[in-house]
Write a protein that binds this ligand. Structure first.
Ligand code: NA7
Length: 542
């Protein structure tokens, strides 16, 4: 059996940087990637309108000053082709492809207590043994297609936003049905509406969304950003979200009605998240209600048909589902070729050969798009069939997601030398992922270097440390509104899924400080096991 130092799963932002850093440390490392090229979520998410809603100049690696200087983003929000181009550039620049095995699915990763190594099986029938097993699968790589009755009977073309074909898809002259109005649906719907003969939007929960205000960067902004990236990076590292935006200082309740409206209007006009307007929108229901009402009023102003406007108007607490940015979403429902269908009041009964049936009627179309999201966070991890000591499966340890326990969102007890990049109970899902990924990769790299320098065979989080961390995460999120709603953050998007709220919401800067302190204190909360006295040099090295 082949023996290497480290196995990383996934060649997206996480896997690429992890590979780069481990190779620099001199570790033999292999990345297994299901796709036939790099990019991770940006390799699969090729649906029309796919964009990141973190601004381009912050949604990139910051570890290499040269890379920062040589790459220039064109638009405020990067679209999928731009991000994929960037990741391809990174892969080439750092010569990463030679250690990535594409078109390979990891089918299991089991910890062998005797050899104290991870045995990783892949769908090519091989098993590779590694000292360290690192997940770079991210939070959003396991797409969710609801198990509608008759799913296979549809005779037209069928797509999922999370695994879009590589060939161009042409909806011109076609009747299209889109199920789902999360971030993906909201990005895709305006673009598809412009192509299709007719578009049916099947909406279960109306959404709050804000204009993104996407636009080309001007040269001066790019020049200043590049010149000042050192300072900008420091702000990003210490921030709540991983971007350098200054946090709001004022309470929405201290402002007058007119001041609030003009603050919200300024965000609406410039584009970006409304949560940036006041400091207490996610901690105080009354403050929050002012933001929700602002968007509800906007829908009423934009959408001409009052019945459609009403159906598009959300009532849930703003921000308890992921806030969305859009380009012309509400306006799309003024088009004659777009029909909104409320599948909350009249749910989908079945998919038919020519479309779908709700409890109120039949809809016919030529193409069906599932914008129904992901089995978030636990989905991709459980799919790896990770088993730790005594053969315990991660899925069982976390009771299918309803009792996630991690230490710092990076490790979990019973699974020595297993690291999760952007794991649950870290800030990942609510932060600028590029920055969160870099932090985790660097923490893990430092940790592995420490183990090797101190001749330590394994690191494993202590049960007490992870219990305390999980409790702390819950206390922090319970003090906010983030965890109080029905969202993919709690698994509510998938029938039967109930997940522990998987985000540490104290912010990127606070979290970084805690992680750094754990490291500075010799990995407090972890058990470090030395190699046995009789271990040979080869065992210690590999
Ligand atoms: P989301 O945000 O989970 O959205 C999925 C959408 O699909 C949402 O509107 C769901 O309604 C809807 N959905 C899910 N299941 C059904 C069923 N059975 N019937 C009708 N409608 C359904 O996923 P996205 O891909 O849009 O965004 C995920 C992240 O990817 C995003 O935050 C970015 O980070 C990128 P619901 O709201 O659950 O009622």
């Amino acid at each position: 059996m082949e023996r290497i130092d480290a196995i990383v799963v996934g060649a997206g932002f996480s896997g690429l940087y992890m590979l780069h850093r481990l190779r620099e440390e001199g570790l033999s490392t292999r990345v297994f990637e299901l796709g036939d090229d790099v990019g991770g979520v940006w390799y699969w998410n090729r649906y029309p309108g796919a964009k990141c809603d973190i601004e381009s100049v912050y949604y990139n690696y910051t570890f290499s000053p040269e890379l920062l200087q040589e790459w220039t983003w064109e638009n405020r929000y990067p679209d999928q082709p731009a991000i994929l181009k960037y990741l391809n550039h990174v892969a080439d620049r750092f010569d990463l492809r030679r250690d990535i095995q594409f078109k390979t699915r990891v089918t299991s990763a089991h910890y062998d207590q005797k050899s104290k190594r991870w045995l990783v099986q892949t769908d090519d029938g091989k098993t590779v043994s590694a000292k360290y097993f690192i997940s770079g699968v991210g939070c959003l790589s396991s797409s969710n297609t609801p198990k509608f009755k008759g799913l296979d009977s549809f005779q037209g073309e069928c797509f999922h936003t999370g695994s879009w074909p590589h060939e161009p898809v042409d909806f011109k002259g076609k009747r299209v049905g889109v199920i789902g109005t999360g971030s993906s649906g909201i990005q895709a719907i305006p673009v598809i509406a412009k192509q299709a003969q007719h578009l049916y939007v099947f909406q279960r929960t109306p959404q709050y969304t804000i204009p993104a205000g996407n636009r080309p960067y001007d040269e001066a902004f790019i020049r200043d950003t590049k010149a000042n990236y050192g300072a900008i990076k420091q702000q990003m590292l210490q921030s709540w979200s991983g971007t350098p935006k200054k946090p709001p200082e004022r309470s929405a309740l201290d402002a007058t009605e007119q001041e609030r409206r003009s603050a919200y209007e300024a965000v609406w006009q410039d584009g970006g998240q409304l949560l940036s307007a006041f400091k207490d929108l996610m901690t105080n229901l009354d403050a929050n209600a002012t933001a929700g009402q602002f968007i509800r009023d906007k829908i009423g102003e934009i959408v001409r048909d009052p019945a459609v406007a009403k159906a598009l108007t959300p009532s849930y607490v703003y921000g308890t589902k992921r806030p969305v940015l859009d380009t012309g979403y509400y306006e799309t429902f003024n088009r004659d070729n777009v029909t909104l269908v409320d599948v909350k009041s009249a749910p989908v009964v079945e998919i038919t050969a020519n479309g779908l049936r709700t409890t109120e009627g039949d809809y016919e179309f030529d193409a069906l798009v599932f914008a129904t999201g992901y089995d978030v966070v636990t989905g991709p991890l459980f799919r790896l069939d990770v088993r730790g000591k005594e053969g315990v499966a991660l899925k069982d340890k976390w009771a299918n997601g309803s009792s996630i326990q991690t230490y710092l969102g990076i490790a979990t007890s019973g699974f020595p030398n297993f690291f999760m990049i952007t794991g649950p109970q870290s800030p990942a899902l609510l932060s600028n992922n590029a920055i969160s990924i870099e932090q985790h990769v660097e923490w893990i790299t430092d940790c592995i270097r420490y183990l090797r320098e101190h001749k330590l065979e394994s690191i494993e989080s202590n049960v007490e440390a992870e219990q305390a961390w999980s409790k702390h995460c819950k206390e922090v999120s319970d003090a906010t509104l983030f965890s109080q709603g029905e969202s993919y953050w709690t698994g509510a998007n998938i029938e039967g899924k109930h997940m522990t709220f998987p985000v540490y919401v104290a912010g990127v800067g606070v979290y970084r400080g805690i992680c750094d302190k754990v490291q500075a204190n010799g990995y407090e909360g972890f058990s470090l096991t030395p190699y046995p006295a009789n271990a040979n040099a080869e065992a210690v090295q590999a």
